[in-house]
Design a protein around this ligand. Structure first.
Ligand code: PMT
Length: 404
């Protein structure tokens, strides 16, 4: 999380049934170490009590413009001054209308007007209210004013209607808030990744696969989105939800993964091969379930295409980042792989420490040598790896400008 510890994220809660979800959001944010200051409108307090939010944020909740708890008696100025960002979740149709017109008739609206930090809003309302031209005009104006609008989502609503207007789920909002705070080092870049294992069929129901969970690849996809990239993720079979905003192509075998990659590689700037691709597939897999008749069973295995090597060998390859999972001689074997596949950057990990785990340790290998990324959650490593790649790309751009 990059929200500086001395700065606060103000979570503003306005009146709507989705206010109950704000409790979970505040819990998730504080668990991430974010210093959350909750401010509630009077209507919000009719849906959920400030006591709940105080317990979850660990701080008194502000509700009143005329409260004397702020030292100078100007709570709106002091709170706005201390804030690194403001997130209004849920943002009701009424509150969005107030924001649009710069009204300041309660504490939260005053804070928004007095702010100099980014403002994010997560609208939540009935589908007709959302579709109303007045609301749509307000949203368009808020976007023009630089307000970041998160959602809404579509689905079943508390009133029984179905359609746009549901507030995004707290987990998604957490992802988006964190993303909004990352430096946009990959703005305008297209990132293509492979992730997870492949599955090579032996017969109608069985196959050859491995223990890759997809966690490293999905973390990289998420980190790339956070940094402003457009992300396409070609994923083998995993049990993970893809990060919000990624285009996902689900594949099973290595050859399908190659097709998915080749269909998107032309327009991409960065390619990252994180998938644990099976090196072989079964020649002529049985279309029915193989019967247990024979004493021994022989499968003929033939090599799979090396997706990363193929991408790196394209006439105009994207910036290619490979991974190497080794069980011994990590640095030596990984560097050999980097050289053989002609990669500017490769991330090496010990397979026993990385496969399926939530955290890992990486050695980044490039022409300048080795850079250790100590053990950390995979998302942290993903951010560090992409920051390293972004600085390599920036250096390349600079030196190609000098040459021309
Ligand atoms: O998914 P997780 O549980 O989070 O685990 C993450 C991971 C351990 C799978 C990941 O960090 C990792 O190391 N991925 C690469 C695993 C691997 O198969 O490495 P390799 O040494 O076999 O392949 C080297 C590189 O070539 C890799 O970038 C691989 O994606 C690529 N490759 C390999 C074979 C092939 N046929 N096509 C490829 O593109």
């Amino acid at each position: 999380m990059t929200i500086p510890s001395n700065k606060k994220l103000i979570v503003g809660i306005t009146g709507g049934i989705a206010a109950y979800k704000a409790a979970e959001l505040v819990r998730l944010l504080t668990r991430q170490g974010v210093d959350v200051q909750v401010v509630m409108t009077e209507s919000a307090c009719r849906f959920i009590t400030p006591v709940t939010l105080q317990a979850l944020s660990g701080k008194p909740v502000f509700t009143d413009l005329w409260s004397d708890s702020a030292g100078s008696g100007m709570a709106h100025i002091e709170l706005a001054r201390d804030a690194d960002a403001i997130l209004i979740a849920p943002a009701s149709a009424n509150f969005l209308a107030k924001l649009t017109h710069g009204m300041a008739d309660d504490l939260l609206a005053n804070i928004c007007l007095a702010r100099s930090c980014p403002l994010l809003v997560a609208p939540a309302m009935n589908v007709q209210m959302w579709d109303n031209p007045a609301t749509q005009r307000n949203i368009a104006q808020l976007k023009r004013d630089g307000v970041i609008v998160l959602g809404p989502d579509s689905g079943e609503q508390a009133c029984g209607d179905v359609g746009m207007g549901r507030m995004l789920e707290p987990e998604t909002l957490l992802e988006l808030v964190i993303a909004s705070r990352q430096s946009k080092l990959l703005n305008g870049k297209k990132v293509l990744l492979t992730a997870g294992p492949t599955f090579e069929a032996m017969d109608a129901v069985r196959g050859i696969t491995n223990l890759s969970s997809g966690k490293m690849g999905y973390a990289l996809a998420r980190a790339a989105l956070e940094m402003g990239a457009e992300v396409t993720l070609v994923s083998g079979p995993v049990a993970l939800n893809p990060p919000h905003g990624a285009k996902v192509i689900h594949v099973t075998s290595a050859r399908q993964m190659l097709d998915g990659v080749m269909a998107h590689v032309k327009s991409c700037d960065i390619f990252i091969g994180v998938a644990a691709v099976a090196d072989y597939h079964v020649r002529n897999p049985n279309t029915q379930k193989i019967k247990k008749n024979a004493k021994t069973l022989t499968l003929e295995l033939v090599p799979n295409p090396d997706i990363l090597a193929k991408v790196a060998a394209l006439p105009k390859p994207p910036f290619c980042i490979g991974f190497a999972a080794e069980s011994e001689n990590l640095r030596e074997f990984a560097e050999q792989k980097r050289q053989r596949k002609n990669l500017p950057l490769l991330a090496a990990n010990r397979v026993q420490d990385a496969l399926g785990r939530d955290d890992s340790e990486l050695i980044l290998l490039d022409d300048d040598g080795a850079h250790l990324l100590p053990r950390a959650p995979k998302l942290t490593l993903a951010r560090q790896l992409l920051t390293h790649a972004a600085s390599m790309l920036a250096r390349r751009k600079k030196s190609s400008r000098k040459k021309s």
